[in-house]
Design a protein around this ligand. Structure first.
Ligand SMILES: Nc1ncnc2c1ncn2[C@@H]1O[C@H](COP(=O)(O)OP(=O)(O)OP(=O)(O)O)[C@@H](O)[C@H]1O
Length: 228
């Protein structure tokens, strides 16, 4: 789980070359509102962010700001740059220009769930929860994603959808206020999609932020739309 505080544009793997953008300082209340969740303030804002990968501009001059309770849905064709945008938001990839304002810990659900196949589901989620300093959060997280009944099953035997929900349990267990979710509904059946929507809604109601890349329709009330 990525835990970051501060601005990117100067850290992470560069999108192209070694140039980092200037630090981004949002101006005015529309951008600058940061709130508190469990004693931790949360904010995620892109200012004029441009990402180039493989010699191709994926997006240019992208700006948006998310305050506590906010969400944005990222859409676009395969290869449009959705995962790259999330990696920039996580501080794992550096934009060629622009900057990211990030206040609060970040939990990234990437395309790969990154759960140890030889461990049980509870052990695998627990590995990350311990790194996040929240070993007691595993049981509740597995319950939240509807996987309590298979907590002792080895990750390697899980179905695609169960593995995806296991990845979401990692995010829930992290307690991070900023969720970056790459295709969270991929491989999920209709009830499980509803459960993901409810999880995101609860997270936002508690002051969390969600940036969600998805090809599938997901109910994210009031979310900003970022079409790449
Ligand atoms: N490490 C890399 N080096 C160079 N180019 C890369 C790298 N990783 C991804 N790309 C390219 O960046 C572009 C955007 O990839 P990205 O994974 O962000 O797209 P996406 O919108 O998430 O796609 P999908 O819907 O298929 O998941 C693609 O053309 C991809 O080939």
């Amino acid at each position: 789980m990525v835990r970051e505080r501060g601005r990117s544009g100067r850290s992470g793997q560069p999108c192209r070359g070694a140039r980092g953008g200037p630090p981004f300082r949002p101006v005015g209340r529309r951008h600058a509102r940061a709130g508190r969740r469990g004693g931790v303030s949360a904010e995620l804002a892109f200012g004029d962010v441009t990402c180039v990968r493989g010699g191709r501009a994926l997006f240019e001059g992208l700006s948006f700001a998310l305050a506590p309770g906010g969400a944005a849905r990222v859409t676009g064709a395969n290869g449009a740059g959705k995962s790259s945008l999330l990696r920039i938001a996580a501080g794992l990839l550096r934009p060629v220009s622009g900057g990211v304002q990030r206040e609060g810990a970040v939990a990234l659900l990437a395309e790969q769930a990154a759960l140890d196949g030889d461990a049980t589901l509870a052990e695998a989620v627990g590995f990350w929860a311990r790194i996040d300093g929240r070993p007691d959060a595993v049981t509740g997280a597995l319950e939240a994603v509807g996987l309590s009944a298979i907590a002792d099953a080895p990750v390697r035997i899980l179905s695609t959808g169960q593995r995806r929900r296991g990845g979401l349990a990692r995010v829930v267990a992290s307690g991070a206020p900023i969720w970056l979710l790459d295709e969270p509904a991929s491989g999920l059946d209709a009830p499980a999609v509803g459960q993901v929507e409810a999880l995101i809604a609860r997270h936002r109601a508690e002051g969390g932020i969600a940036l969600v890349a998805t090809h599938q329709p997901l109910d994210l009330p009031g979310a900003q739309e970022i079409a790449l």
